[in-house]
Design a protein around this ligand. Sequence first.
Ligand SMILES: [Fe+2]
Length: 208
Amino acid sequence: MKQVSYIAILMLLVSSCHSQADKTKDVKVGGGCEGCEAIFEYGDKELLTVDTLPNFQETEPKLKISGTVFQKDGKTPAENVIIYIYHTNRDGLYEMKGDEEGWAKRHGYIRGWVKTGKDGKYTFYTFRPAAYPNEPVQEHIHMTIKEPKFNKYYIDEIVFDDDPLLTDNERKKLLNRCGSGIVVPKMINGIWIVERDIVLGLNIPAYP
Ligand SMILES: [Fe+2]
């Protein structure tokens, strides 16, 4: 009888561990995310810590975005995190060539991907986007991330501190997902330099 209860307890433990593991696997962090699937649309491109977006060479003003991805503690660099960005052209439009497939039909072709290394650092070379032509929305760069443990989720867009459309009211609306997306651009050697660090899970719903 005693042996039977030991076996029953053991089975209970095994099954509860199993369901715990399944729960972690199925956890959906960050809420809904329309278009986040685009983070997987890099095709056969090898993901590095640095990426240069299309039209960088011929477009002004140029922009260099750098940052470090940290674990939730805000200190430990996070490795193997994929970051996807896309933004408008200088006319404020998500530019198409006409042969786009998948989410490029919405995001356009001005987009890029990186994957962090051991030090968590990443860099994108691109140009400053422009605000939408017919809406008073501040210029912005969309960002989606995929860390190894969890599903993809979007984080606060990069927005520019010197943008007149980034009013106090707009600043109040920002959610600070993975930290603030407000960057302070500095012009150095003819290129705007900005830094956007990312703290995984910060202000992300359902993040354990
Ligand atoms: Fe947008």
